[in-house]
Design a protein around this ligand. Sequence first.
Ligand code: PEP
Length: 256
Amino acid sequence: MSSPTRKTLIAANWKMYKTPAESVSFTRAFIPLAGRHPNVEVVLCPSPTSLAAVVEAAANNPIRVAAQDMHWLDQGAYTGETSPLMLKAIGVTHVLIGHSERRQYFNETDTTVNLKLKSALAHGLVPIVCVGEHLAQREANQTADVLKLQVSVALEGIDPAAAHPLVIAYEPVWAIGTGRTATPEIADEAHKIIRAQIAQSLSSQLAASTRILYGGSVKPDNAASLCCLDDIDGALVGGASLDPTSFAQIVANSAA
Ligand code: PEP
């Protein structure tokens, strides 16, 4: 990572895996394996039923805890949803917004991503907004247009003065859970497009300070080559984050 103002962030997206007991065992095993890397922010994203247990298991450690999704309203008749107030009340500090699996299976749109982003910023949660193109869009040379649209709608009406915690995760859909990783060059090019769009939508100062993570089949052996590029400020890791040894290696390799 190039910029000393952007601390590397490595996040573990556990998706719909791990009971509370399994999440706590992971956290207890991971803490000594990972050691302390003051230049890396580590975030665990368990399922909703494990959030409180992971917050407790990670107490006294710089590890932070993220929800995988949230509603944008504080409360209401929305069965099955979780509000930002509920997340804050149990010590959650970060939230994933607009993961491609939410977009694909649960009708998440750029508009709901925008509402959730505004809500996260208003509540002091660090938002990790996921964007990325499908394979057909890449093959049709539409990647830049797709990314610009996703980022510009997500950032619509956001006050640049309040947007500093913003994190974006570039996750090409064709690379998620497929074992097919974007080359560092592909990822770097996409990150530059995203950074330019942040400059256009908000400000060049914010574009320079916003962390942009890469996600899509990150493993211990490719983490270092992805994380060392100028515009890549960390990783969002799915499959390889389920095992404490593998995730600890990714953290260590990204810190190197
Ligand atoms: C993800 O779920 O955000 C992800 C990147 O998954 P994987 O690392 O398994 O591709």
